[in-house]
Design a protein around this ligand. Structure first.
Ligand code: PGA
Length: 259
């Protein structure tokens, strides 16, 4: 069965002390919340320390926000899968901010996916159309290219996040998540590609309010949360909503299966 997930993307926010307090608070407040996997993706510089903080409990895992695909070499400023594999479980690849500001393209995303899998990291592949008027084909093309040479039996080790660029808050208040129906249409197409066992997340302006509509949908396994993950109480609410909705649905599915 696919695991329900809530992933925090702290982007380029937090100073050291904020990061440690935020991670400790999230770890402590999620101690009683069962049924979901929570992942924190902090800036690289705090990754090791946060991995230690959350490891004490085991319910929260860490992910990197990016990585290079080579193991080592003269690549100033880059971080390799070998450096990450002992401290992180996940790595975000192809985030739209990487594509937009750092020119990351599908070929590179594919190299990163292959390198992550080779080193036991689960890539969270972010795909999504750039503008509101763009069709879902853009996300599907990104996904197909990022999966080149990935054997189908490894799809269960991958997470895909449908995150349309136009729905990302970009630090703005009152940003709006994509309409659930529209997200579901693209997620349906993604599911046809990644088959049964790969979790599919939605990302883009998820907060305590918008999360409710996504949580109700069995087609969506989790959410990737940016701005709203920087406030512990808000993020915990999102995690609790997801846990409640998903365990409720599992009960229903079980009852239906028993009939
Ligand atoms: P947002 O960011 O929740 O602030 O829209 C999501 C993301 O970019 O991962």
């Amino acid at each position: 069965m696919r695991r329900p997930m809530v992933v925090a993307n702290w982007k380029m926010y937090t100073r050291a002390s904020d990061a440690y307090i935020l991670a400790t608070t999230i770890r402590n407040m999620l101690a009683d919340v069962d049924g979901i996997e929570t992942v924190i993706c902090p800036p690289f510089v705090w990754l090791s320390e946060i991995s230690e903080i959350v490891k004490r409990d085991g319910k929260v895992n860490v992910g990197a926000q990016n990585m290079f695909y080579e193991n080592e070499g003269p690549y100033t400023g880059e971080v390799s899968p070998l450096m990450l594999c002992d401290i992180a479980k996940y790595v975000l690849v192809g985030h739209s901010e990487r594509r937009e500001h750092f020119g990351e393209h599908d070929l590179e995303v594919n190299e990163k996916v292959l390198a992550a899998l080779k080193h036991g990291l689960s890539p969270i592949i972010c795909v999504g159309e750039r503008r509101k008027n763009d069709s879902a084909d853009m996300a599907i093309k990104q996904l197909k290219e990022s999966l080149t040479h990935v054997p189908k039996n490894r799809y269960k080790d991958i997470v895909v996040c449908y995150e349309p660029n136009w729905a990302i808050s970009k630090g703005k208040a009152n940003s709006e998540a994509a309409p659930v129906d529209r997200a579901l249409r693209t997620i349906g197409k993604i599911r046809e590609i990644v088959l049964r066992d790969c979790p599919i997340l939605y990302g883009g302006s998820v907060d305590q309010k918008s999360v409710l509509d996504f949580a109700k949908r069995p087609e969506i396994d989790g959410v990737l949360v940016g701005s709203a993950s920087l406030r512990a109480s808000v993020f915990i609410d999102i995690c609790k909503t997801w846990a409640d909705a998903k365990s409720f649905k599992n009960d229903i599915q079980l009852e239906e299966g028993e009939k």
